[in-house]
Every structure is written in structure tokens, then in C-alpha cells.
Design a binder for this molecule. Sequence first.
Ligand code: PBG
Length: 346
Amino acid sequence: MAIDLENNLDATSTASPTQFPLVRMRRLRGHAKLRELIKETRLSVQDLVAPIFVTASTGQRQPIAAMPGHFRFSVDQLDQEIRCFAELNIPAVLLFGLPEYKDAQGSAAVLQQGVVQQAIRRIKEISPQTLIIADLCFCGYTDHGHCGVVHEKNGKVEVANDETLILLAAQAVSLAAAGADVIAPSGMMDGMVRAIRNGLDQAGYREIPILSYAVKFASAFYGPFREAAQCAPKMADRKGYQMDPANGREALREAQLDIAEGADMLMVKPALAYLDIISRIKGQFPEIPLAAYQVSGEYSMIKAAAANGWVDETLVMMESLTAIKRAGTDFIITYFAKDVARLLDH
Ligand code: PBG
């Protein structure tokens, strides 16, 4: 049936005021400035956290092959990068360490002369206004590459949860003592937030907030990071502690438990494949600040496709990050932090 526009637009028309042709959504899309006025989600530099890899020894600025534009810096080579973040008004960094040595207990994670501890002190000197978030995990420090103490039972590798908690609390205290502003445990141990909160409080760091990687999936999107941080598990995988990508309801339980244990902020990781999780957690716990981590694989895929000329890097970067914010995050950890800052600066 042909639509009788003349008749429908007549004042006496019985057409519903919520329907075409009275309603035309395209009216709001015709002018660039109007589109700006009605934009619901705006990405800002203030939303971004820049991850950075710090390696032991000196004079190092090692490119990470799978993550173009990213390097492993030794502490003495950090200054330029940190100044660059500060000049671009990037508010925060997230630190990962590649220690001098690895052992079964990850003992290099708790040294006051540890690589991240030194980096924290250096960053505080160069750029005191930068917020320093310290990732808290053992996989980069253990020789087996797991996120805690490992026991082998009948040929099966098991990460001992409660033993690991003691080490995590010690690591948190060590990082806080070095000057970390926020502690971000990423190991997915049960009870980790509570153990770290207790450890920090007892050591007098009551004011240091915890950003919990509450909902961290056992994801193949971490591939490039494991090269960057040299932390791939030597045997087995992380499915015994990180979450199954198939589970959404379980993510709500993880979030609820971490809030109850005293987490000040939560994180979902990875980001783009888990927008539904972000949205559900924000819906259920709107009062808790929520972050998402656009992880290494998400970054590398965009970089690789763009390098081939298959997608427009800037547009895909902005679309992905805007979607992550729209889904309900308050801030985003992203390897694109500098690129976004430069883009929005113009
Ligand atoms: C350590 C850790 C990982 C990432 C952040 N912290 C790797 C892993 O769990 O295997 C991944 C970050 C990224 O891919 O960018 N537990």
C-alpha cells in the first residue's frame, strides 16, 4: 500500500505522533553541529589510562613487535615517555614490570629496588601530578608464568589460592611504600581484594584505593601482552582462575564479591568483546566506578588491519573506545591513550 504523505501530514491526521511520517529521525542527523549537540557519549583524555612496560637493566627501549608504538623501557629511559603523557594531559599510567630475575615465588615482585618500585619513584619525580596505578600480579615474576604459587598434583598444575594471597598483600604494601597511588590486582585469586585491603591497612596505607580486575576473562586477546611482559604460563593455562568467556551471570557474582571485600573500583577485561558485561555490571552496581581494559589483542588487531589499509585506524580506534564508554565505563585503560590525546588536542 502506498503511503499517502499529504493526508498523513494533515493536522487532522490520525497518524500517531510517535510514528513516521510525523517522526523523522534523520532531522537530527542533517547538520554536523546538531549532531554534536545531541551526542550522548563523549570520549575525553580524562577518561584514559596509559599502560607502560618497565624492564630491568639500563639503556633499554625495546620495541614490542606485536604492539607497534609500544616499548619496554628501563627506568632510566622512562622520562621522555612520562613527560609526553603529562604534556598530553593523560591523567594516569598503569605499570607492568619485567624483573631482573624470576623464581617460583615471584620474589622480585616485593623488592624495594624492584623494577616497578623504582619506576614509581622515578615517575613521581618527573611528573608528580600523574596518577600511578600499579598492576598487582605474579605472572611476570614467577619462572612458571602463573599468577601465584604453583603446586603440581598428579601432573596437574594448580595455583594455590590462599598461599598466593599472602604474597599479594606483601606485593601491595611494597608498591604502596614505593608511592603507588592505586593498587590494581589482576590475578583473579578468590579473596584477593580483602587480603590486599587488610595488608594495606595494617601497614598504614588506609587511603590507597583498590581497583580490582574483578571480571577478567581467560582471553586469547592477551596474546601480544604475554610477549610484551614475557609472562605466558610455561605449562597449562589460566582457565583455573580467570573466567570463562561464556559466562555473564558469574561476572555479576565476581563484581558483587569484590565490592563486599572492599574494592573501591572494578574493572572488566577485555573490553570490546564484553560490552554486555560492562553494561550489566554498571546496571547492577551503578554506584561503583567501573573501568574497562582495551587489551593488547584489541590494540594489535586494529593496528594490523590499519597497516594493511583495511580499516581507518583513527576512526576504528575512536569508535571502539566510544562504544566501551557508552556501554557504561567511567574510564578506560588503552594502548591508544597517546593517539587519542593527540587527536582530541586538535
Ligand atoms: C597479568 C596480566 C595480563 C594482562 C594484564 N595483566 C595477562 C594475563 O592475564 O595473561 C593482559 C593485558 C593485555 O593483554 O593488554 N595477569
